[in-house]
Design a protein around this ligand. Structure first.
Ligand code: GLA
Length: 409
């Protein structure tokens, strides 16, 4: 028989090993942040360089008063053009004194006082895309500056590059790790950077910039602004890189920026099926009711924010109708019919379609032996069970989005 001492010694060693292992993050850059896709607002899509502290404060106010905060939106992110044209005599970044006369620290305090978080923008090169000072060679200094201001999120762009992609983003990752403040790291290099990024960023752009156009790209000569459909098509083959703490980012939302209601709904639904970060890009101060109903549809947001953190996948594509599936916690599934065409389409789904299996997680619907209650997440109504054939009409450039929940028998 083992002595009491031997047993407690073994227990102590076991506990010490556990503690040692637990003190290491799962990967470099695992800060415990962004366990679900980050939600917030970013200034670029609507305001580009036309930003100032009054606007940002009003946006923070509107994020609370509109109900966006209650729906889960949290980060208020300043994009390009917040800076002065040069660093100060000590080499530190400074805010543009006309646009942000009170400085970024005061703005962060204001945003924090609303229960929200502040995000900011920089670039890995010698200058930002709009020509303001870049962070190349100043990574540690800039990360410390952001931390001292109370910044909670950094979008880090890819213009005027000097160094190598992976080493530049790694340098800023290390600088953030040492700055003494948890800061979400949003990598923006306009295409999937490579599998290494999962250990560096909390989110990374997978494509060039989005446009508020559902189906047509805009060619700018040296670069292309992508339609919603082009961005959706570019996400195939990337889903294995997404998961709690690290997400594919198909770019900020264009909901409320000029597309039709159906297009906005389809854009938002597919972003949620893809477990994408949800960064609103419209003017929150003047949102139409129809825009609010999309951005704050809590049932659709719950699909995006599902704790399993599995990015959905395209199950089928036929006659301009695609069906996406996303496994959710507790055996639920999200399902979304996307009509890419302009004409309404009859859609159907039933036992003859067989089981749906997610090859990545191995999760299967088991339609043969599990019945699901089916809920329409846009009409907010139950529409029957999976035991019956589903038949519906999906308008052009629109979706039918459903949640399937196992029915206890
Ligand atoms: C790049 C990014 C955009 C935006 C602009 C700002 O184009 O991809 O999202 O940040 O720069 O200049």
């Amino acid at each position: 028989m083992k002595s009491q001492f031997e047993r407690s010694y073994r227990t102590a060693v076991f506990m010490a090993v556990l503690f040692f292992l637990a003190s290491f993050p799962l990967f470099a850059g695992d800060t415990g942040l962004a366990k679900t896709p980050p939600m917030g607002w970013n200034s670029w899509n609507k305001f580009a360089c036309d930003i100032n502290e009054t606007l940002i404060k009003q946006i923070a106010d509107a994020m609370v008063s509109s109900g966006m905060k209650d729906a889960g939106y949290q980060y208020v992110v300043l994009d390009d053009c917040w800076m002065a044209h040069s660093r100060d005599s000590a080499g530190k970044l400074v805010a543009d004194s006309m646009r942000f006369p009170s400085g970024i620290k005061a703005l962060a305090n204001y945003v924090h006082s609303k229960g929200l978080k502040l995000g900011i923008y920089e670039d890995r090169g010698s200058a930002t895309c709009q020509g303001f000072p870049g962070s190349y060679g100043h990574e540690a200094d800039d990360a410390n500056t952001f931390a001292s201001w109370g910044v909670d999120y950094l979008k880090y762009d890819n213009c005027h590059k000097v160094g190598d992609l992976q080493s530049d983003y790694t340098k800023m990752r290390n600088a953030l790790d040492s700055c003494g403040r948890p800061i979400v790291f949003s990598i923006c290099s306009w295409s999937f950077p490579g599998p290494w990024v999962t250990g560096i960023g909390n989110l990374w752009r997978t494509t060039e910039d989005i446009s508020a156009d559902f189906a047509e790209d805009i060619n700018h000569g040296t670069w292309t602004q992508l339609s919603i459909l082009s961005i959706i098509d570019a996400q195939d083959s990337l889903r294995q890189y997404a998961g709690p703490g690290h997400w594919n980012d198909p770019d900020m939302l264009e909901v409320g920026n000029g597309m039709t209601n159906g297009e906005d709904r389809a854009h938002f639904s597919i972003w949620c099926m893809l477990a994408a970060p949800l960064m609103a890009g419209n003017d929150l101060r003047t949102m139409a009711q129809r825009t609010k109903e999309i951005l704050m549809n809590k049932e659709v947001i719950a699909v995006d924010q599902d704790p399993l953190g599995i990015e959905g996948f395209r199950f089928s594509s036929k006659d301009s109708v695609e069906i996406f599936f996303k496994p959710l916690a507790k055996g639920d599934w999200a399902m979304c019919f996307l009509n890419r065409g302009v004409n309404p389409k009859n859609v159907s789904f039933g036992p003859e379609n067989g089981d749906v299996t997610d090859t990545l997680s191995g999760i299967t619907t088991g339609f043969q032996h599990i019945a699901y209650a089916v809920r329409d997440l846009w009409s907010h109504k139950g529409i029957g069970t999976s035991e019956k054939d589903l038949k519906a009409v999906v308008p052009g450039h629109d979706v039918l989005m459903l949640r399937l929940t196992p029915v206890k028998k």
